[in-house]
Design a protein around this ligand. Structure first.
Ligand code: ADP
Length: 321
């Protein structure tokens, strides 16, 4: 597929993108003029509460829907005037999707193998090539042993592994993942993120992932925050001014972390053996869900810094909506 390699031209170019839905006689504006770019091979997390517009943005980039206004390009494809067959081809070959709802990703009556071969069949690939590629992909996602099982015979995490293989069937450049681990337990969620990070390197994918989980967003190179259809600060800015203490002892927090404390009139600071805990003062003693535990950045497997949250951070985020 198209190529921006080395040219410096972004792979995704999103300018002033607006998405409005007509509902009866009024409009819901889901995206209010979004601007961002992504380089080929980049992985970006888009974080925001439910209703922020994350799925709307992914749908536009996946060619499932058309922007109301603005400019949107992925590779050499202009997503505003993509019609009919060209749109279908874009969806089939250039983009792979992984959805949160496990049963949206797979057909329950087909085996894992036959789920993976389906998009290749639609793309006109011969039987032998389909089967070979499907086996290679199932191997890459650690599901070779389960190739002949149907989705209901697999765990949620295993089904999402197969879903990733399906998404990559036709060698897409772009992987769009909408809360891909939202229906999974923590351990499976982390395993799927490890897998995505691994496949990204292996296949040179460009990845945009929606999530409301900051811990999972840390697998990305950068995090964009979306709220009420508008992008907030790009957290790469936080890289330039890393969290830490300034000379007067004030703590600099990255914006996404600060968002967790924004509603608090006062913040209690506790020194604990494992680090420093910041908590909105109104929270009860044992309610540490979602609170920042330790101001020192840690590193994940990919060498990225992250700011750890207690389990249940997403529940707190819901509470902020
Ligand atoms: P998120 O993925 O962040 O939860 P969405 O993109 O699903 O956000 O939704 C953004 C806003 O657009 C919400 O107010 C939602 O109700 C609205 N919306 C999304 N899809 C549609 C649709 N097909 N028709 C009407 N309103 C929609």
């Amino acid at each position: 597929m198209p190529s921006n390699n080395g040219s410096g031209k972004p792979y995704i170019d999103c300018k002033h993108v607006v998405k409005a839905y007509s509902v009866g006689d009024h409009e819901i504006v889901a995206l209010r003029g979004i601007d961002f770019t992504m380089q080929r091979g980049e992985m970006v997390a888009i974080v925001g509460p439910s209703g922020a517009g994350k799925s709307s943005l992914l749908n536009l980039l996946g060619g499932l829907d058309t922007p109301t206004a603005g400019q949107l390009r992925a590779g050499d494809v202009n997503l505003l005037d993509l019609k009919g067959r060209a749109r279908a081809e874009y969806r089939l070959r250039q983009v792979g999707f992984v959805w949160q709802q496990v049963d949206r990703n797979l057909l329950a009556h087909r085996s894992a193998l036959r789920n993976v071969t389906l998009p290749m069949m639609m793309a006109g690939l011969g039987r032998r090539a389909r089967s070979q590629r499907a086996r290679e992909l199932l191997d890459a996602v650690g599901m070779s042993e389960h190739a002949h099982k149907r989705p209901p015979q697999l765990s949620g995490g295993q089904q999402q592994r197969v879903a990733v293989a399906v998404a990559l069937a036709n060698h897409p450049d772009l992987l769009l993942a909408d809360e891909p681990t939202g229906a999974l337990d923590r351990q499976s969620a982390e395993q799927i993120m490890e897998l995505i990070a691994d496949l990204r390197a292996r296949y040179g994918l460009t990845i945009l992932m929606a999530t409301h989980d900051m811990e999972l967003a840390a697998y990305a190179d950068r995090t964009l925050t979306l709220r009420d259809g508008a992008l907030g600060q790009d957290l790469t800015a936080a890289e330039e001014s890393p969290p830490g203490l300034d000379e007067e002892g004030r703590i600099r927090l990255p914006p996404a972390v600060r968002a967790h404390l924004d509603d608090a009139a006062r913040i209690a600071v506790e020194v604990r053996p494992e680090g420093v805990l910041l908590r909105p003062e109104q929270a009860s003693e044992d309610d540490t869900d979602g609170l920042l535990q330790d101001m020192l950045p840690r590193h994940n497997g990919a060498g990225k810094r992250w700011w750890p949250f207690r389990r249940g951070g997403s529940a707190r985020e819901e509470a902020h909506q």
